[in-house]
Write a protein that binds this ligand. Structure first.
Ligand code: NAI
Length: 351
């Protein structure tokens, strides 16, 4: 029995991860979930949003399915990490958000986000099939900011040769396994000459040796326009952290919204699967959140651990429910709740 850490998270997180969990459990996959608490409930119960048991569990299971976690806008909110090495005299580390803390502490250097049209999901475009590789550990998201004086703030943007090289190699290998052919590097090297310039140069030089994959580049603002005009022209995208975050949400909008965009964070030792969307406080607790992104993230997880048959069964059951449109959430044009949509998928699995 493969153990999986489950982090329900904040806002709609507990609703959509409960849906994904129930569906995985009904699929026949031989996995056992181990639930740990992170986020606002952890802050209330343990005095920190990311307590030690979260790491203790992932260090054993190596894999987590995570719901979104909430981060306040502005202010001086930081997530401080208490792990064994810190208690043994190491330097305490702090990060701007729970997601960033997990990604950095566990060495999850790449975020993979497949964005494509699903039959039955209303969308302005057809034939969109994008695979986004977002560098996950560097860039402005290292979270080193300060107020220079009362009216001026500054932030540090870090791009390294090592970080760019490993995310590029990962993207190329991942593409090769899936038979994907074209990689577009998104950047702003015309303005951020050193940082994005280094990202572009290193990514291009690593990719040059790969005759199986066509590599081109696009300035990120022009890339955004292209994606909105002709998304079907693009295949795979490689982006530094901040642009990757923004372009992923834009791309989710091309295929029906954040409710249908799954994702996975990979490193050398660990993997965390989580939807692109956030905790959606505006709809939390109302039983209207679309669980599709979370379910598709679980499907990615099952494929990753070799539970291919269960993954295929879930993907098929979900596709049937989406196509029939009788039991889909309001963002997809239906009037079913999260739980009703989940039950409909489970019924298909059992049929
Ligand atoms: P959001 O993704 O939570 O919501 C944006 C809009 O999309 C809202 O109108 C929301 O109702 C809708 N939406 C999102 N997921 C949906 C779903 N599954 N079904 C139906 N509608 C859905 O982004 P927002 O509002 O900017 O962020 C809210 C909080 O989430 C913030 O505290 C942010 O830091 C956090 N966040 C956490 C992430 C993570 O833990 N991986 C990722 C992104 C944001």
């Amino acid at each position: 029995m493969r153990r999986i850490t489950l982090i329900p998270g904040d806002g709609i997180g507990p609703e959509v991860t409960a849906a994904a969990r129930a569906i995985v459990e009904a699929s026949g996959a031989t996995v056992a979930f181990e639930e740990v608490v992170a986020g606002q409930r952890a802050e209330r119960e343990h005095g920190t949003p990311l307590p030690r048991p979260v790491f203790d569990s992932i260090e054993v299971t190596k894999i987590a399915l995570k719901g979104p976690t909430q981060t306040p806008f502005g202010g001086d909110y930081r997530v401080t990490i208490e792990r064994n090495d810190v208690q043994a005299g190491g330097v305490a580390r702090s990060y701007p958000s729970i997601s960033i803390a997990l990604r950095r502490e566990l060495g999850l250097f790449v975020n993979v986000r497949p964005i494509k049209n699903y039959p039955g999901i209303p969308s302005r475009y057809e034939k969109v099939d994008l695979l986004i590789f977002r560098e996950n550990s560097e860039d402005l998201y290292v979270g080193v900011e300060r107020m220079v004086d009362e009216g001026t703030a500054e932030a540090i943007k870090i791009i390294s040769e090592r970080g760019t090289e490993r995310v590029t190699r990962f993207a190329l290998d991942y593409m090769q396994r899936l038979g994907r052919r074209r990689l577009t590097i998104g950047h702003k090297a015309n303005v951020m000459k050193m940082t994005d310039g280094l990202f572009l140069k290193v990514a291009q030089s690593i990719a040059k040796g790969r005759s199986d994959i066509l590599v081109d580049q696009r300035v990120v603002d022009a890339l955004c326009m292209d994606l909105v005009m002709r998304p079907e022209d693009y295949d795979c995208l490689l982006l530094p952290n901040l642009y990757g975050d923004i372009v992923s949400d834009l791309a989710a909008g091309l295929v029906g919204g954040l409710g249908v965009a799954p994702g996975a964070n990979f490193g050398t030792d660990y993997a965390i699967f989580e939807a692109v969307h956030g905790s959606a406080p505006d709809i939390a607790g109302k039983d209207v959140a679309n669980p599709t992104a979370s379910i598709l993230s679980a499907v990615m997880m099952l494929r990753y651990i070799g539970e291919t048959a269960a993954a295929d069964r879930i993907a098929q059951a979900l596709a049937q429910v989406l196509m029939e449109k009788h039991a889909v959430t309001p963002d997809l044009g239906g009037n079913a709740g999260t739980r009703a949509m989940t039950d409909a998928i489970i019924q298909k699995l059992r049929a």
